[in-house]
Ligand binder design. Structure first.
Ligand code: ATP
Ligand code: MG
Length: 484
């Protein structure tokens, strides 16, 4: 049991309650003593009884100080210490009660049945075994006192004006002892069985509440996650709507001018329609990129991954981009390490990744510049690097380039066309492949994007599909890379 649990705190609370009860008992004893001696004139020895009440109050004070001063339930082994403390108190109470009885009529005193209270208290505070032992102590103390008084071992103090005759040593006292013993025995049995059942319930409730607390935490986590996802979705929809709204508003106002014949000059009308068409093309590009982004986030499950030969994909992409690079007078180069393992992934995704990184390089590199693709292998990973000698990225913009729709001012100025979705798509593809991406850039000098992708597991190298991929790779002289 861990320290400071509710079970231990409960035990400490009950011990304190027991101590408070003893203050009442001490006050009650004093009141009874005064009433018996002063009003009923019973003639009980005043000094020893008063001494006993003082003793009771004194040790209760010590108990109170111990219980409140030392936080019993806050240290390891506290259950054992608390039980010992409770055992000691009950034993002292039993002795004090026996002494009180001895000085006020012995077995003749009907307060003897107050022993039962201690049995009930013991069953609440202690284990069943300890309760039985305390009950045994009560039986021994009461019978010991009765026998010792009956045999003259200790003096018997008869109370005046209470019983008509002295009962000490009579059959009646013997019967009283028998009834007392059986009452204590039956009480202890009943009290311990009831408290055992109660404790079982208590334990069940406690474990249930612990379980419920655990479930509650999980539910709260799930709810937080759901709220977070929902807020992301809302943010995303707001962003998309905002990005779609400005070109649509521009198209609407330009076409209104044409439709309402505000602009009558044919040349101007033609120009407005042309500009609207450009905006529509931009919108189409954006919608297309959004669809690609959504697809890259949903479709590629690792079960659908296959070995993808990078040389084949690079050849295809470079083939497509070479003319664009040439028209911008940018040199496009490739350097793929021979004997590369295939990437374990989605071929279309890898193609999209290379296309976006290389087209960014071409797009943001001024005439006469160079864009280079390098692929090498680092143990189980393939390192894809795309570097350019372009405009570079400001250090404060570096962390934002992977955000949807983000375009730096420098980039907008250098090339106004763009949706700001290309690198979000790249990032999403890298994440779905359990890879990583980072970027290094020097403003005005150039940028390098570095991607790590997992290599396909070894055994798949022997499948016919991969073998053909390797053949393509070795046939490097035919590569369109050499054309650039
Ligand atoms: P598109 O969605 O049409 O590709 P984009 O190229 O502006 O538009 P991303 O590819 O997502 O969008 O790039 C985001 C931003 O990152 C760019 O606008 C630019 O500011 C910066 N960036 C990306 N690649 C480079 C690069 N090679 N050199 C300089 N800046 C770059
Ligand atoms: Mg781009």
């Amino acid at each position: 049991m861990q320290p400071g649990t509710s079970v231990e705190q409960e035990l400490s609370r009950r011990i304190l309650w027991f101590i408070h009860l003893r203050w009442l008992a001490a006050a009650g004893t004093l009141a009874t003593l005064l009433f018996g001696n002063l009003v009923l004139k019973l003639g009980a020895p005043f000094v020893p009884l008063l001494g006993l009440v003082a003793f009771l109050a004194l040790y209760n004070l010590v108990c109170q100080l111990v219980a409140t001063g030392t936080r019993l339930h806050d240290s390891p082994g506290s259950v054992r210490r608390s039980s010992l403390f409770a055992n000691l108190q009950i034993a002292l109470d039993l002795i004090a009660l026996t002494l009180l009885l001895h000085y006020s009529g012995g077995a003749e005193n009907p307060f003897a049945f107050y022993f039962i209270f201690h049995i009930i208290i013991a069953s609440i505070l202690l284990s069943p075994r300890a309760t039985y032992l305390q009950s045994l102590l009560a039986i021994v103390l009461f019978n010991g006192m009765a026998v010792a008084e009956g045999t003259g071992l200790i003096p018997h103090i008869h109370l005046r004006n209470f019983l008509p005759a002295e009962l000490n040593g009579t059959v009646y006292v013997l019967a009283l002892q028998a009834v007392f013993t059986t009452t204590v025995a039956i009480s202890v049995y009943m009290a311990t069985s009831i408290t055992r059942r109660l404790r079982e319930h208590e334990r069940a409730v406690l474990s249930l509440s612990v379980q419920l607390a655990g479930q509650n935490d999980k539910l709260r986590e799930a709810f937080d996650m759901l709220s977070y996802t929902q807020s992301l979705q809302t943010q995303y929809m707001r962003k998309v709507s905002h990005e779609l709204r400005s070109p649509l508003a521009a198209i609407e106002s330009m076409l209104t001018l044409v439709a309402q014949k505000v602009v009558t000059e044919e040349m101007k009308r033609q120009e407005l329609v042309e500009r609207s068409l450009n905006r529509i093309r931009g919108l189409l590009r954006m919608v297309n990129d959004l669809l690609i982004l959504l697809r890259s986030r949903n479709v590629t499950l690792p079960e659908q991954f296959q070995p993808v030969d990078l040389q084949t994909v690079a050849d295809k992409v470079l083939d497509l981009l070479t003319s664009r690079a040439q028209s911008q007078r940018v040199t496009l180069e490739a350097d793929l390490q021979p004997g590369l393992s295939p990437v374990f992934g989605d071929a279309e995704g890898v193609e999209q990744l290379l296309t976006n990184l290389l087209s960014n390089g071409i797009k943001y590199t001024p005439e006469g510049g160079r864009v280079q693709l390098r692929v090498s292998q680092e143990e189980e990973k393939l390192k894809v690097e795309v570097s350019d000698t372009g405009i570079g990225i400001d250090p404060e913009d570096l962390s934002r380039v992977f955000n949807e729709f983000y375009r730096s001012n420098g980039a907008r100025h250098f090339n106004p066309v763009g949706t700001g979705l290309g690198l979000s798509i790249v990032k999403s593809i890298v994440e779905s492949h359990q890879g990583s991406i980072d970027v290094e850039s020097v403003n005005g000098k150039g940028t390098t994007f570095r991607v790590l992708l997992p290599a396909a597991p070894q055994p798949t190298l022997h499948t016919p599909q991969t073998r053909s991929a390797i053949q393509t790779k070795t046939n490097e002289s035919d590569s369109p890379l050499n054309k650039s």
